[in-house]
Write a protein that binds this ligand. Structure first.
Ligand code: GUN
Length: 290
C-alpha cells in the first residue's frame, strides 16, 4: 500500500483564503484590522523561522503583526512588563510569546500573565479549562490544525481508536482532549501513550488514527502502525541538514492509508489556526463574535 499524502500546505492555504475574506469583510464593515503581537526572546534559529512564518501568514490574510525582539539576557520582570503593556494596549488583539524561553525565565509565569482574551496560543489555564469542558474560547493551534486535517482528509474520527503519542501541554494533552470531545472530527476513543508507556508498539498498532508528537526523529516505525491507519506527524526534528518528523515517513507510508509529510503537513496548519484565533480574539474584544 502507498498512503495518500495529506497536504497541510494546501489545506492551510485554503483556510487562509477563507480568513482573508473574513478579515476584509470585517474591515469593510468598519471593524479594526486584527493585530497579532509576537514576542521573540533570544536568537534560537528555529524560533526565528517560526515567528517569521507567523508574520508572513498575518500579512497574507490582511492582518497586522508586530514582532518584538528581545535579547537573550532579558529578565523575567522585563518580559512580564512587556506582556502587561501588550495586555493593556487595545490595538493588540493577540499575544504570542514564542517558546522556548531562555532558562532564567519561568515559562509558566509568563504564559499565565497573558490576558486570557488575547491568548491566541490557548495556553492560559482559563482557556485550557474552557476547552476541556467543551466550551472553548480558543482552540489550541497545533491540535486544532491536526483535527482539521483529519476532517479535510475524510477520516472517520467518530468511534475510531485514536492513539496520541506524547503528553506535552502544547500538543499531546490538548490533542487528546479535542479528539474525545463531542463534535466534528472528534468522538474518538482516545489513548495517550508516552515515553513511559509499556508495550508501546502494541498500543500504537491498535490505532486507527495515530498522532505522533513525541519529539524523537523517526520514532514511529512501520511495525508500530496498523495497516490502513491514518498517521498525523507533529514532529519537526533537525537531523543534520534535514527536517524529519517523529514518523519514519518512507516506511510508514507503505503501511498507512494516509499520512502527513514533514515539512508541509501539520506545521502550516498550526499557523493557519493561530491566524484564526487572532481574528476570533479581535471579534471577542470588540463584541463582534458570533
Ligand atoms: N514553540 C513551538 N510551538 C509553539 C507554539 O505553538 N506556540 C508558541 N508560542 N511557541 C511555540
Amino acid at each position: 500500500m502507498s498512503a495518500k499524502i495529506i497536504d497541510g500546505k494546501q489545506v492551510a492555504a485554503r483556510v487562509r483564503e477563507e480568513l482573508a475574506g473574513l478579515v476584509a469583510q470585517r474591515i469593510e464593515q468598519g471593524g479594526s484590522q486584527p493585530h497579532l503581537a509576537a514576542v521573540l526572546v533570544g536568537d534560537d534559529p528555529a524560533s526565528a523561522v517560526y515567528v517569521r512564518n507567523k508574520e508572513r501568514a498575518c500579512a497574507k490574510v490582511g492582518m497586522k503583526s508586530t514582532l518584538i525582539k528581545l535579547p537573550r539576557e532579558t529578565s523575567q520582570s522585563e518580559l512580564l512588563e512587556l506582556v502587561a503593556s501588550l495586555n493593556a494596549d487595545a490595538s493588540v488583539n493577540g499575544i504570542l510569546v514564542q517558546l522556548p524561553l531562555p532558562p532564567q525565565i519561568n515559562e509558566v509565569d509568563v504564559l499565565d500573565s497573558i490576558s486570557p482574551l488575547k491568548d491566541v496560543d490557548c495556553f492560559h489555564p482559563e482557556n485550557v479549562g474552557l476547552m476541556m469542558q467543551g466550551r472553548p474560547r480558543f482552540l489550541p493551534c497545533t491540535p486544532h490544525g491536526c483535527q482539521e486535517l483529519l476532517i479535510d482528509s475524510g477520516t472517520i474520527v467518530a468511534g475510531a481508536h485514536a492513539v496520541v503519542l506524547g503528553r506535552s501541554e502544547i500538543v499531546g494533552k490538548p490533542m487528546a482532549a479535542l479528539l474525545v470531545q463531542k463534535g466534528a472530527g472528534a468522538n474518538a476513543t482516545v489513548t495517550i501513550a508516552h515515553s513511559r508507556t509499556q508495550n508501546l508498539a502494541e498500543i500504537t498498532r491498535q490505532a486507527d488514527i495515530l498522532v505522533a508528537a513525541i519529539g524523537k526523529p523517526e520514532f514511529v516505525t512501520a511495525d508500530m502502525v496498523k495497516p490502513g491507519a491514518v498517521v498525523i506527524d507533529v514532529g519537526i526534528n533537525r537531523v543534520g541538514d534535514k527536517l524529519v518528523g517523529d514518523v519514519d515517513f518512507e516506511a510508514v507510508s507503505q503501511v498507512a492509508s494516509a499520512i502527513t509529510p514533514v515539512p508541509g503537513g501539520v506545521g502550516p496548519m498550526t499557523i493557519a489556526m493561530l491566524i484564526k484565533n487572532t481574528l476570533r480574539a479581535a471579534e471577542i474584544q470588540t463584541g463582534t463574535s458570533s
